[in-house]
Design a protein around this ligand. Structure first.
Ligand code: PMP
Length: 381
């Protein structure tokens, strides 16, 4: 099976599995215990925290370990808004992940005003729209760094600067950016930054929220007061050890890996467009992650194409695989102005650390054959 679905989840790197096994076997203690086994576990926890902090270039006291991107987004949004003394406004965008949109919907039911900024046909928000929406009632802005379905990169530094000037906390969901491009939390001017380990070769069920030193959050999990009271619960030590290993590994080679993957993707896109000239790459004119291609294919059902390719030995996804099982068209292409039918045709190919040129060559041929067969099938149906 050739795996081209790294935005859904990226297979753990060998060093990650090793670090996790080490934590399982050698550090069975509770990091909060004062005895030897507890201290051994604490050491692993502290090392991983330093590695994650280094990845985003912040002090390690700002790292709050969580169970992944979804929990980090909840902690950021609800953690800020639960402290608001009066309802106000939350600004987000039309293309966010459901783990941002749904807590915002919950806030709307509690009386907050929620503004979903629109995007243009490239999937980009216009900073001028944000500027216009910011007012004294704004309590939080939550805009993602990179879109999971298209790879489109938002102008995050500009967004962060506008929020800073307005004195409004800025939460940035960097789940898809981290590990794929260099990431400096302070260059984004983000007060809250979401990370998830499994999107760049770490384990599933483990992530972090990077919190500005000056920001107080209402914890969403209460109990033993771990993570400086910001997230209670005995830490997922093997997961965190794997997260730390993935973070230190990628910190040293994110530039070279991004360059390799960009070259592979260029080759793949050229090959796909040559054999299927009417395919449309979503966000082609916008800055994008090195690894992601979302393709709209007139007259083809995306889900059927994914299944056809699966039988041929290739794993890709239709729209957002992380919320798969749903048969509603994705909100992201719709927000970019695609109609329902074209939206249903969208497939996403996301390369990663284990992708090879040979795999890409085989994929181009298989993709072409599958699209051809489906189109001929629907023509005669
Ligand atoms: N945000 C984005 C942009 C994502 O792509 C995902 C994962 N699909 C999440 C949040 C949720 O992350 P996790 O799977 O770690 O909960």
């Amino acid at each position: 099976m050739i795996y081209l679905d790294h935005n859904a989840t990226s297979p753990p790197r060998p060093e990650v599995a090793e670090a996790m096994m080490n934590a399982l076997h050698r550090a069975h203690g509770n990091p909060s215990s004062v005895h030897g086994p507890g201290r051994a576990a604490r050491q692993i926890l502290d090392e991983a925290r330093r590695a994650v902090a280094r990845l985003v270039q912040v002090h390690d006291s700002r790292v709050v370990f969580t169970s992944g991107g979804t929990e980090s987004n909840h902690l950021a949004i609800l953690g800020v808004l639960d402290r608001a003394t009066a309802p106000g406004t939350v600004i987000t965008s039309a293309v966010e992940h459901p783990s941002v949109l749904q807590p915002c919907d919950q806030l709307a039911r509690r009386g907050f005003r929620v503004i979903r900024l629109p995007v243009d046909e490239s999937g980009l928000i216009r900073p001028a729209d944000l500027q216009e929406a910011l007012d004294p009632s704004t309590r939080l802005v939550s805009i993602m760094a990179a879109n999971n379905e298209t790879g489109v990169l938002q102008p995050v530094a500009e967004i962060g600067a506008l929020c800073r000037a307005a004195g409004v906390p800025f939460h940035c969901d960097a789940t898809q950016w981290a590990g794929k491009l260099p990431l400096q939390a302070d260059a984004f001017q983000a007060d809250l930054l979401t990370l998830s380990a499994h999107k760049f070769g770490g384990p599933k069920g483990c992530g972090a929220l990077i919190v500005a030193a000056s920001l107080r959050l209402a914890p969403q999990l209460l109990g033993g007061g771990q993570e400086r009271g910001r997230r209670s619960g005995t830490e997922n030590l093997p997961g965190i050890a794997g997260f730390g290993a993935a973070a230190s590994l990628i910190a040293s080679k994110v530039d070279s890996e991004a360059a390799t993957i960009t070259a592979l993707r260029q080759k793949m896109e050229q090959g796909l467009l040559k054999t299927i000239p009417d395919a449309v790459i979503l966000g082609a004119k916008a800055p994008r992650l090195p690894n992601t291609t979302a393709l709209a294919l007139p007259g083809v059902d995306g889900e059927t194409l994914v299944m056809t390719l699966d039988l041929a030995g290739f794993a890709i996804s239709a729209g957002a695989a992380c919320s798969s099982g749903k048969n509603t068209p994705s909100h992201v292409p719709l927000a970019m102005g695609l109609d329902h039918e074209l939206t249903r045709s969208v497939t996403r190919i996301s390369l990663g650390w284990d992708s090879t040129e040979h795999a890409v060559d085989l994929f181009i041929q298989a993709f072409h054959r599958s699209v051809d067969r489906l189109r001929k099938g629907s023509h005669f149906a």
